[in-house]
Ligand binder design. Sequence first.
Ligand code: FAD
Length: 432
Amino acid sequence: MHSPSFEIVTVGGGLGASAFAGAMAKKGVRVLMLEKETQFKDRVRGEYIVTWGVAEAKEVGIETALLNSCGTAIPFIEMGYGPRNLIETTALQLAGVSFFHPEMQETLLQEAESAGAEVRRGVSVTNVQPGANPSVLVANNGREGRIFARLIVVADGRGSAARKWAGFSLKTDAHPFHFAGVLLTGVSGRRDICNFVFNPEFGLIGGLVPQSKDRFRAYLGYPTDGSFRLQGGEKLGAFLAHSQKVGPMFMDCYAQAKSLGPLAVFDAGYFWVDHPYRDGVALIGEAAAVSDPSFGQGMALTLRDARVLRDALLSDSDWDGAGRKSAAGCAVCFKSRVRKRTRADREQCQKLPKTFRVCQITCSADRNCRWMKRCGRGSSASVERDLSFREFGNVSPVHGQAANDRLNSAVRAVLSGPRHYPNVRPIDSSLR
Ligand SMILES: Cc1cc2nc3c(=O)[nH]c(=O)nc-3n(C[C@H](O)[C@H](O)[C@H](O)COP(=O)(O)OP(=O)(O)OC[C@H]3O[C@@H](n4cnc5c(N)ncnc54)[C@H](O)[C@@H]3O)c2cc1C
């Protein structure tokens, strides 16, 4: 009988793969990680974990490693209503955590290796074969080879090719806006506040995430408008100018800003696989489901996938059954937490463990809305009220779901432009 050297092979060595592989290796499972990059570079990815994701990071045992190396605890969040102290106002009393994504990847890959996982870098997976003896085909220095395992865990990110090779089909719900990001230095913002602000009047979303070494990750979401893409160094001026329109917190802070990395833009929306497991192949992280980046839930969901799969495998010797169970749970969570919820999804969501019912105390728009007052115009009262509930996705399934749904559709309507929202001015063409 065929006996593979590894019980688990991961395709990729990003957040999802490292968190999962490290957690399994700690339990004595033989894990091999295959990562194509020999050195991680700035791909413009998520660099702020929301509080329920930090709880997940604790659960899979990586939170301390992050905070002891590249991570910074960010106690406040500003969403246009005044800084909110997350430690004082979240059920789990946690701050958000930020880092430079490539440093986080290095840290967690090393952690997984220290926990006992074997890591091979500079190795590209070129095919995945599901079945009774699942395997991957790998290319390394011009040589190809096949590696068998009891389970293949595909964690190769948002553009996952392995997902396709393994025969999964992708569903899409594209949103009519783009999301751009760039790493900056010389920003004059506060280092203990993460800013994520929706400006419904202009249909813009601004993000500014402080991290160590005088670096800030800046994001800008804007409505799709023909082929206009904020991409490449020559568009940095336009990126900063549009960002300054989002709200006062972005107005002065970019005067001395310089970029430290590429300016890249992404199509926003949801892209997912309905059931991310089949025949010895499990998908986790963005290979399984990509969420709209402006809601900042991607890494929390990725860590949740890693934990749920770990727990399923460790509690059931039938890994095929465990894979199916884990996939069903993850799909429900993605649909019910992140995508439009049906009544049935909501009922399922309420059965989730308590950790996920992170009920946040909502801010009062009346008390804190300096920005709306300063603008002296702007969004409709209902959007404003809904924004006060949204709290960056940390909404209790019990208390906040309906408000969150309303907000999502309000923001989506705004972002789709004047067609749906007559006051929205399209992005200023003179700044292009
Ligand atoms: C602009 C933007 C902003 C975002 N902002 C946030 C945010 O604020 N908060 C948040 O929580 N999330 C955010 N996200 C989402 C977040 O980046 C993802 O959820 C997270 O990176 C997913 O991790 P992953 O491990 O699934 O994939 P990845 O991080 O993409 O890792 C995949 C790894 O697989 C490797 N790989 C790929 N193909 C192969 C192959 N064939 N063989 C071997 N190795 C391979 C890659 O080199 C990479 O190291 C954002 C995303 C974008 C695009």
